[in-house]
Design a protein around this ligand. Structure first.
Ligand code: NAD
Ligand code: UGA
Length: 463
């Protein structure tokens, strides 16, 4: 079967960039991205592509090229489902906040809603692709809903998890390490797999397109995120030991990373990993393991989260201890609020938790982030429900100019590794601060020796 029409449900951080790249690389395929969120679709259709709702380097150019040609953003979900041969489900799968599995399991209500809507609308056979990250064996539930509530048409369910990282989404999509497609071992299943393989083969080498059964594909995605997050918690655990022993975690990371079996990537000690997925996916993995009675497996992976929470708390504690055990009424400036550089995404950013801890100690937090908007920072804090909106708004001052944000501060904390922080005039910043001037580098991006020469009391992670 040749694919000429694709629909993607969910115009978020995955659906938007992934479909933009498919549309760019496959001009003969009409790609329609739909979402219930009208504002989000309106923003994707903004005539000025610099205003699209997701900031990713290179994305606005791709949208400018393909939008209106074969890439469309719409709120007409049913129409797009009806037209398409292939439907990607790319909706959010957050941690459940209620009922059984609260705080652990993935909330599949949005996925089920999509399945029911597809079943209702589809009048011809369709391939349904799980793009969202899902618990292993979700395809079974989707298939049951489709087969039992549909109009008698045939559905093939494929699992095609996404491995892009935010901030590098476009390059990750253009040059993926691999594309993973899981499907049924039946003839129809294999045909569906081949149809999707041919879409990706428009720009990805065939030997990088891996096909498996559905369950392996679903579980590989959770496993990949668990392994990646585990590396960060492992190096962060060593960072605490480094601080006690005089070892330097960057030197340790370099030394072990040169072992080709370990590899150099993903060994940067930090204030802790953030982002919408690592924590959610590991909690989900822990929940799945527990539900099969595999308590040792569950405990093993849960430790990755425990270590990450500890690392965030350790960072805020260190600030308080270093500032003579009190930060009450002291101005502490955060450089960065996003969970990593080159994204405007703040979900689960370490900055939120560090700010929350410090505001509990009655600190006054000032923030500068090149891409995150004020209302987003405040809503991140409000979401924790630690205090009222008014109290949060009084405790957090947001600046559009980094130099202004640092004026009169007792301390600066680097929470995101934005490149621009490295090039600042640090002498000028030092001169404008209260003395002694403290700098807590939660990302180890600044030059400790130069800053100490200026007069800063510099504290990195793990040294
Ligand atoms: P997101 O919240 O940015 O986007 C999801 C979108 O789906 C939202 O705009 C929401 O309005 C829409 N939606 C929800 N239910 C809908 C429905 N029934 N009909 C139409 N639209 C609906 O989420 P995201 O970051 O794009 O993540 C989506 C999935 O991809 C998750 O499972 C996530 O784990 C996975 N994932 C995310 C990343 C990442 O970097 N963010 C990377 C790989 C995988
Ligand atoms: C991560 C994975 O890298 C993607 O492969 C996956 O598709 C995605 O999750 C997902 O499923 O959502 P993402 O969270 O966007 O991508 O970004 P990462 O680059 O993985 O960074 C996650 C967090 O870890 C950030 O806060 C980052 O600063 C931190 N990190 C990363 C470190 O602290 N140290 C490192 O060495 C690397």
């Amino acid at each position: 079967m040749e694919i000429t029409k694709i629909c993607c449900i969910g115009a978020g951080y995955v659906g938007g960039p992934t479909m933009a790249v498919i549309a760019q690389k496959c001009p003969n395929i009409k790609v329609t991205v739909v979402d219930l969120n009208e504002q989000r679709i309106k923003d994707w259709n903004d005539p000025n592509t610099d205003n699209i709702p997701i900031y990713e380097p290179g994305l606005s150019e791709i949208v400018a090229e393909a939008r209106g040609r074969n890439l469309f953003f719409s709120t007409e979900v049913e129409k797009a489902i009806d037209e398409a041969q292939v439907i990607f489900i790319s909706v959010n799968t957050p941690t459940k906040t209620y009922g059984k599995g609260k705080g652990m399991a993935a909330d599949l209500k949005y996925i089920e809603l999509c399945a029911r809507q597809i079943a209702k609308v589809a009048k011809q056979n369709k391939i349904v692709v799980e793009k969202s990250t899902l618990p292993v064996r979700t395809a079974e539930a989707i298939k049951s809903i489709l087969d039992n509530t549909g109009n008698g048409v045939q559905f093939q369910i494929l699992s095609n998890p996404e491995f892009l990282a935010e901030g590098t989404a476009v390059t990750d999509l253009l040059n993926p390490d691999r594309i993973l497609i899981g499907g049924d071992t039946t003839t129809e299943g294999q045909e569906a797999i081949n149809a999707l393989v041919n879409v990706y083969a428009n720009w990805v080498e065939k030997d990088k397109i891996l096909t498996t059964n559905v369950w392996s594909s679903e579980l590989s995605k959770l496993t990949a995120n668990a392994f990646l997050a585990q590396r960060i918690s492992s190096i962060n655990a060593m960072s605490e030991l480094c601080e006690k022993t005089g070892a330097d975690v960057s030197e340790v990371a370099k030394a072990i990373g040169m072992d080709s079996r370990i590899g150099a990537k993903f060994l940067k000690a930090s204030v802790g990993f953030g982002g919408s997925c690592f924590q959610k996916d590991i909690l989900n993995l822990v929940y799945i393991a527990k539900s099969y009675g595999l308590n040792e497996v569950a405990d093993y992976w849960e430790q990755v989260i425990i270590m990450n929470d500890h690392q965030k708390r350790r960072f805020s504690n260190k600030i308080v201890q270093t500032l003579y055990n009190t930060v009450a009424d002291k101005k502490i400036t955060f450089l960065g609020w996003a969970f990593k550089k080159d994204t405007n995404d703040t979900r689960e950013s370490a900055a939120i938790y560090v700010a929350d801890d410090l505001i509990n100690e009655q600190a006054k937090i000032s923030v500068y982030d090149p891409k995150v908007q004020r209302h987003k920072m405040l809503s991140d804090l409000d979401y924790l429900e630690t205090r009222t909106k008014e109290e949060n708004s009084n405790a957090l001052t947001i600046f559009e100019n980094p130099y202004e944000s640092c004026k009169g501060a007792h301390a600066i904390a680097v929470l995101t590794e934005w490149d621009e922080f490295i090039t600042y005039d640090w002498q000028k910043i030092y001169d404008s601060m209260r003395k002694p001037a403290f700098l807590f580098d939660g990302r180890n991006i600044l030059n400790a020796k130069e800053l100490e020469k200026i007069g800063f009391i510099y504290k990195g992670i793990g040294s």
